[in-house]
Design a protein around this ligand. Structure first.
Ligand code: FO1
Length: 445
């Protein structure tokens, strides 16, 4: 059987280990999809080579950051589709529930795996999970970067200052990595170990959570992309207008890995649309997203004041004593009862739909800086609200976006003004003038 080896630069051996007598396992976590998934492709390659069964395992953690019911419903909806698609390839799916650092060592050791493949994720929670599972296993453990087009560990050996310093490094490697995916095959060796887990029933547990505003899963993700290509891409230039639905709406699918950024980029690159719009979208999809992973990979304080650039720490410290016209607490923020109707509308939209327009997000975060007692408090509130309510929260993109808005991350010094210092300021006047803005505010008031 012919197979295309995964580029070795995507792989990181977490443990050389000694192969067990059992199956090859892909511990799926960040990249929750069957198509276009380098970790799954690598796991199948290895299983075919060794003549072993192949199974995908997923550990459902009781809590993940501030994730709420809505996030779990979206994720479980996508995992149901994963299980169904894997069945077509004779690849088993096992869902376990519990704290991954306890459940996985116990459950995976039982299977005496020949190899465990896991996907790449720079967040500290995931680093902790991977370390605990790797330590507990005696078999080889290999991490595959299935999330980035250019693997994060290859794109740059250090924290990048801005998109401008990072983009040339990515572009030099894009030609070698922005390639079509090999197809998954029907797996030749059946998986006979442990019967279908009782926990898979968890997948089908009807959720009592709030109705989702967007359908989860790979199929829905591609439908969203196709709709964006047809109607949104050409107007992508208008994306700064929060009322023009010109953003792709792909970020929750990208966050849960239900669509591959690489596959989306290939589809967009070849789509007959204005070059400027295609370039602008690929900048967001490739450069900005991979810059966020680069940041979280090399900056452990990726969600706090200590993670912002030195110039921004200095300027915000110099203006720490500036008078704040308002000093809201997290309750006022969360209940969207500030004096600012534009901010309140953005927060209400976030709570109601789990999403907020990209450009309004900057305004939303920058006002948190202006009307909180300290920059630290502003960042903590932004992280809490985004992780709690945004469908694409708890993600490197979110942390980098918040520190860009409040702490000048990946940005440069601007004209100095109270409270912000040299951090870029954003007023509401420009927004309120936009056509449809009054309607948007009324809709969410
Ligand atoms: N990953 C898991 O492996 N198990 C989980 O139970 C899990 C829950 C979860 C809930 C909300 C959310 O936004 C992400 C969640 N993730 C979970 C992680 C997710 O797959 C991504 O890896 C990270 O959030 C992005 O880095």
């Amino acid at each position: 059987m012919k197979f295309n080896p995964v580029d070795p630069r995507r792989l990181t051996v977490l443990k050389p280990g000694a192969p067990g007598s059992g199956p090859v396992l892909y511990w799926m976590s960040r990249d929750q999809r069957v198509s276009d998934n380098w970790a799954l492709i690598h796991a199948q390659n290895e299983a075919v080579k060794k003549g072993r069964p192949l199974a995908v395992v997923f550990c459902l953690a009781p809590r993940f950051g501030e994730a709420s019911r809505r996030h779990y419903d979206f994720m479980l909806g996508g995992l149901r589709e994963v299980e169904e698609r894997l069945r077509r390839f004779d690849i088993a799916f096992r869902l376990f529930t519990g704290d991954p650092v306890v459940t996985l060592p116990r459950e995976l050791t039982k299977l005496d795996p020949a190899l465990v493949v896991c996907d790449f994720d720079p967040l500290r929670e995931k680093i902790r999970w991977r370390a605990a599972v790797t330590a507990a296993l005696s078999c080889p453990v290999v991490e595959v970067d299935a999330h980035n087009i250019v693997p994060a560990r290859i794109a740059s050996p250090k924290k990048e200052y801005a998109a401008a310093t990072f983009r040339p490094k990515l572009n030099r490697l894009l030609a070698e990595f922005l390639l079509p995916f090999p197809k998954l095959k029907k797996h030749p060796v059946p998986f006979t170990a442990t019967p279908a887990d009782r926990d898979t029933a968890t997948l089908n547990a009807a959720s009592a959570g709030p109705a989702l505003t967007m359908a989860p899963g790979e199929k829905a993700a591609w439908k969203r992309l196709e709709r964006f290509l047809k109607s949104g891409l050409a107007r992508y230039g208008e994306r700064n207008d929060p009322t023009a639905d010109a953003t792709s709406g792909l970020s929750p699918y990208l966050h849960f890995g239900q669509i591959s950024a690489q596959a989306a980029a290939l589809a967009i690159r070849d789509y007959p649309a204005p070059t400027a719009a295609v370039e602008a979208f690929l900048e967001q999809l490739i450069v900005r997203r991979e810059l966020a992973d680069n940041f979280c990979l090399y900056q452990p304080h990726y969600d706090s004041f200590d993670g912002i650039p030195a110039w921004a720490q200095k300027t915000l410290n110099d203006h720490r004593a500036d008078k704040r016209l308002y000093r809201y607490t997290s309750t006022t923020w969360e209940q969207a009862t500030t004096h600012d109707d534009l901010w309140n509308a953005a927060q209400r939209e976030l709570i109601a739909t789990g999403a907020m327009h990209g450009y309004l997000r900057m305004y939303w975060a920058k006002k948190l800086l202006e009307w909180s007692a300290t920059p630290e408090e502003a960042i903590a509130t932004a992280v809490y609200l985004n992780d709690r309510y945004a469908l694409d929260g708890r993600d490197p993109n979110g942390y980098a976006g918040i520190l860009w808005s409040i702490g000048g991350l990946h940005d440069r010094p601007w004209f100095v003004r109270p409270i912000f210092g040299a951090v870029r300021y954003m007023g509401g006047a420009a927004f309120r003038k936009k056509p449809g803005m009054r309607g948007h505010i009324k809709k969410w008031s």
